[in-house]
Design a protein around this ligand. Structure first.
Ligand code: FAD
Length: 388
């Protein structure tokens, strides 16, 4: 019997496999219906931050994660998938200006890298973006981005080099239950793998895996119109010169994605897409993002769309991670989270400890059954903007 089977090799499952393999080597099996990193982690915006995270404990978790990424990047020889390039954000409406200034004050009081900057300083930091002279502007030097797909693949490769077994292109069709205990997984090809513990890291698809066990995972569904779970990220090509940092402008978020390419996303466009959106609608929305990029980045005026991806956030109803054992289902452990690119290494480190028998006080507040225990949390963004 394998001690741990992990379902899903996105950034969360990959980080967990890496942590467990470092301690347990060959006693970990990682299964993905596709290949590592090709789910939400591939199309994610990937902003590495603790910027809007509240309350303090969740902020601290995110800061810990930023440090974990820095440590991991060092271990991997400063790979190109980790880019701590800083984030430049600005606001123009009176309400947004006040929110940004208040946020900078709070982050400074919490010891986080955050400063208000003048337009000329901002323009000096990022000469390839048109920054309005009358905006409230902030710079967050410790933030950056992680390319989720490449990072997941690197973590999986290290895990397998330490003895973890990787099975790809095979779906886990069912969790096997015996006497109210999860005892393994059944694969689509009817093969069964027995396990002491099955860890569900299946991202937004987790509810379909857990529903047959009577587990109603509190995730936002992406198949209803206006759902907050859907998102559209667009890669544009031929941007020269291109910005080097993460940019949060009122109408567009962007970050570099390799040589002369940018990744685009916008909150209002995300709100207009979901799993029921047709191709024409997505194309139109992608063109809108390209047009906004052209207005913000002179080097993007003749850029073209390389890829437009409809992606789904594994978004818990209250916004916070769902990590830990599931009451009444021994042998089952969950690790499903939004902001997973940022949080993966830290959630994985704490989860690995728990799977090895030591309860993590940090994870106590993120238990999957917290809502039924009557401890719903405040949304991490205070309820307004979706927290990345
Ligand atoms: C538009 C958008 C923007 C985002 N921006 C940010 C951001 O800026 N910063 C940030 O930190 N986070 C961001 N996120 C969130 C982040 O991308 C996710 O939290 C993270 O990628 C989740 O990783 P995961 O490993 O849980 O899921 P995934 O990457 O989806 O991995 C799950 C894996 O499970 C596999 N799988 C599923 N079901 C089965 C099954 N039955 N059998 C076998 N395999 C299975 C899938 O193939 C997949 O590879 C964003 C998300 C979206 C959609």
């Amino acid at each position: 019997m394998t001690r741990t089977v992990i379902v899903g090799a996105g950034i969360v499952g990959a980080a967990l496999a890496d942590q467990l393999a470092a301690r347990r080597g060959g006693d970990v099996v990682l299964i993905d219906r596709s290949r590592p990193g090709l789910g939400t982690s591939r199309t994610s915006f990937g902003w590495l931050n603790a910027n809007r995270k509240q309350p303090r404990a969740y902020f601290d978790l995110s800061v810990e994660a930023m440090r974990d990424w820095s440590r991991l990047a060092h271990e991997f020889g400063e790979p190109s998938w980790y880019q701590p390039v800083g984030n430049l954000a600005w606001a123009r409406s009176p309400q947004a200006r006040e929110e940004l200034a208040t946020r900078v004050d709070r982050l400074q009081a919490w010891g986080y890298g955050a400063e208000t900057v003048t337009a000329s300083r901002a323009q000096g930091l990022e000469p390839n973006v048109t920054i309005p002279s009358d905006a409230e502007i902030a710079f967050f030097p410790e933030e950056g981005y992680v390319c989720g797909c490449q990072a997941a693949q690197a973590l999986v490769q290290r895990a397998t080099s330490r003895g973890a077994r990787l099975i790809t292109g095979v779906e886990v069709s069912e969790l096997v239950v015996s006497r109210s205990r999860v005892t393994g997984v059944r694969l689509a090809a009817e093969e069964r793998i027995a396990a002491e513990t099955v860890v569900c890291c299946a991202g937004w698809r987790s509810p379909e895996l857990l529903a047959p066990l009577g587990i109603d995972l509190p995730l936002v569904t992406a198949s209803t119109s206006g759902s907050r779970a859907g998102g559209l990220t667009v890669t544009i090509e031929g941007v020269t010169p291109r910005p080097d940092r993460v940019i949060h402008a009122p109408e567009l978020d962007l970050r570099p994605k390799g040589e002369s390419r940018l990744l685009l996303e916008a909150n209002d466009i995300d709100a207009q897409v979901d799993l029921t959106s047709g191709e024409d609608h997505l194309d139109e929305r992608a063109q809108e993002l390209l047009a906004r990029a052209g207005m913000l980045v002179p080097g993007a005026l003749s850029a073209t769309i390389g890829e437009a991806s409809l992606c789904v956030r594994p978004l818990p109803l209250d916004g916070y991670p769902l990590v830990g054992p599931v009451s009444d289902h021994h042998g089952l452990y969950l690790a499903v989270t939004h902001s997973g690119i940022t949080l993966a290494p830290t959630l994985a480190r704490h989860a690995a400890l728990e799977l090895l028998g030591t309860e993590s006080p940090t994870l106590r507040q993120y238990r999957p059954d917290r809502a039924s225990r009557g401890t719903p949390q405040q949304r991490p963004d205070g309820g307004s903007r979706l927290n990345q």
